[in-house]
Ligand binder design. Structure first.
Ligand code: HEM
Length: 491
């Protein structure tokens, strides 16, 4: 037999032996879970319909806290609001690390607030929150900015004269413009070609990360990264957006007035200058680019997809839309734009928006965390740096907290007197130290954009409500809402 054939047989036999006998060695005392194969982890337990289905099935067998091997990496899954809260809130510091999302890791490389850890993350989170507050509430408040953007959208939709249109890109434009005005100090026109190109890159990247191939890549990135695939496209897209940010930073440098910073980039550049003699400063060029990319990405796709889901749900449930229209007429009327103060007087609309977010379940698996030290949790020991997934879907769709968890039902958030009812399992923004940094802005955008559109338009579709299928196009780390054409008919 030829030497090469012998070698091949030896390697194959070794691999099969390893597959049958060996298993990844875990430190600590991890929660229970299915027996993993070497290299392949729990591939055999994965459902063809994606990671979420797989994890929910495993929960039935192993309970609320269990371990799954994503390829070679053990990951602890937390299901149900009780387990998620115990970890992210009661042991907040221990669970505050960020795990990797393999698809985007080559681009972010642990720079920027979403994907950094330790001192870098603390510094960037503090800085981002403070500057977003400053530039959101300075001369013009975030409320005013959102109201202005909402009026621009109304004008744009009026131009359509009730023709059928897919609102995906317009909704992206308005949410991106709110972040852009805070970060870049300017908004873009809806026809600006460069802007539309960037938004398309975001949309495609979010869809690819959420796709089945994206989920497969999370399992086997160590191996698959050497081959062509959608992960390369995602990195290419994000690098193109980073290049745009870098160009914008250069423009800011040329026009920077130290006595009057205009936006987050200006504030960062001033801080960079102040700390230039500190070799340990986190205010580096890389953190500037990738922090900006983090805010831009996190702030655009999430809120616009939720709004898109919202309008589709309104088409599917016309009786709900009717009640929202009525409440807007009673509280706001037709002659002034909705304002944030109206929210407390509009419990039905507020409940509808809560229910849209619950139903949309936009980040069903949560973003991966890691434990920052060896961590005792519910009798187990989770070794430092182990990944932890707070499965937000398991709280948002928990039948113990929501009467009809799979159905769209605003009553989930209304008490017997029609007042807004809080629900502790409502955690679309997650919990704890890593809780969404843009929660306040996102909630304000959802309320003002949603009510302004419905104040000005009735929605119509050629598809009958009962024939509208609202199953997401993609559902992995994120969910991509289905697309339908909508008529926005002036009221
Ligand atoms: C409906 C809209 C939104 C939803 C559902 C949402 C949801 C989330 C979730 C689930 C996380 C992960 C939290 C965790 O690690 O446990 C997150 C993180 C984050 N979000 Fe949002 N988000 C939304 C809008 C926004 C907006 C508008 C911004 C920006 C202004 C933003 C910025 C961020 C950032 C920077 C992080 C990372 C925080 C960190 O790692 O410390 N998000 N978001």
């Amino acid at each position: 037999m030829e030497l090469s054939v012998l070698l091949f047989v030896a390697v194959l036999t070794g691999f099969i032996l390893l597959l049958v006998k060996g298993r990844p060695k875990a430190r600590g005392h991890l929660p229970p879970g299915p027996h993993p194969l070497p290299f392949l982890g729990n591939i055999l337990q994965m459902d063809r319909r994606g990671l979420l289905r797989s994890f929910l099935k495993l929960r039935e067998k192993y309970g609320d806290v269990f371990t799954v091997y994503l390829g070679r990496r053990p990951a602890v899954m937390l299901c149900g609001i009780e387990a998620i809260k115990e970890a992210l809130v009661d042991q907040a510091e221990d669970f505050s690390g960020r795990g990797k999302v393999a698809m985007v890791e080559p681009v972010f490389q642990q720079y920027g607030v979403i994907f950094s850890n330790g001192n870098r993350w603390k510094t960037l989170r503090r800085f981002s929150l403070a500057t977003m507050r400053d530039f959101g509430m300075g001369k013009r408040s975030v409320e005013e900015r959102i109201q202005e953007e909402a009026q621009c959208l109304v004008e744009e939709l009026r131009k359509s004269k009730g023709a059928l249109l897919d609102p995906t890109f317009l909704l992206q434009c308005i949410t991106a413009n709110i972040i852009c005005s805070i970060v870049f100090g300017k908004r873009f026109h809806y026809q600006d070609e460069e802007f539309l190109k960037l938004l398309d890159l975001f949309y495609q990247s979010f869809a690819l990360v959420s796709s089945l191939s994206g989920q497969l890549f999370e399992l086997f990135s160590d191996f698959l990264k050497f081959f062509p695939g959608t992960h390369r496209q995602v990195c290419k897209n994000l690098r193109e957006i980073s290049a745009f940010i870098a160009r914008s930073v250069e423009e800011h440098r040329e026009t920077l007035d130290p006595s009057a910073p205009r936006d987050l980039i200006d504030a960062y550049l001033l801080r960079m200058e102040k700390e230039k003699s500190n070799p340990h400063s986190e205010f580096s060029e890389n953190n500037l680019i990738f922090n900006t990319l983090s805010l831009f990405f996190a702030g655009t796709e999430t809120t616009s997809t939720t709004l898109r889901y919202g309008f589709l749900l309104m088409l599917k449930h016309p009786h709900v839309t009717e009640r929202v229209h009525r409440e807007i007429e009673q509280v706001v009327g037709a002659h002034r734009p909705p304002a944030l103060d109206d929210r407390v007087k509009m419990p039905y609309t507020d409940a509808v928006i809560h229910e849209i977010q619950r139903f949309a379940d936009l980040i069903p698996l949560g973003l991966p965390h890691i434990v920052t030290k060896d961590t005792h949790f519910r009798g187990y020991i989770i070794p430092k740096d182990t990944e932890v997934f707070p499965i937000l879907n398991s709280a948002l769709r928990d039948p113990r907290y929501f009467e009809t968890p799979e159905a769209f039902n605003p009553d989930h958030f209304l008490d017997a007197n029609g007042a807004l009812k809080k629900n502790e399992a409502f955690i679309p923004f997650s919990l704890g130290k890593r809780i969404c940094l843009g929660e306040g802005i996102a909630r304000n955008e959802l309320f003002l954009f949603f009510t302004t559109i419905l104040q000005n338009f009735s929605l119509a579709s050629p598809v009958a409500p009962e024939d509208m299928d609202l199953t997401p196009q993609e559902s992995g780390l994120g969910k991509v809402a289905p697309t339908y054409q909508i008529r926005f008919l002036p009221r």
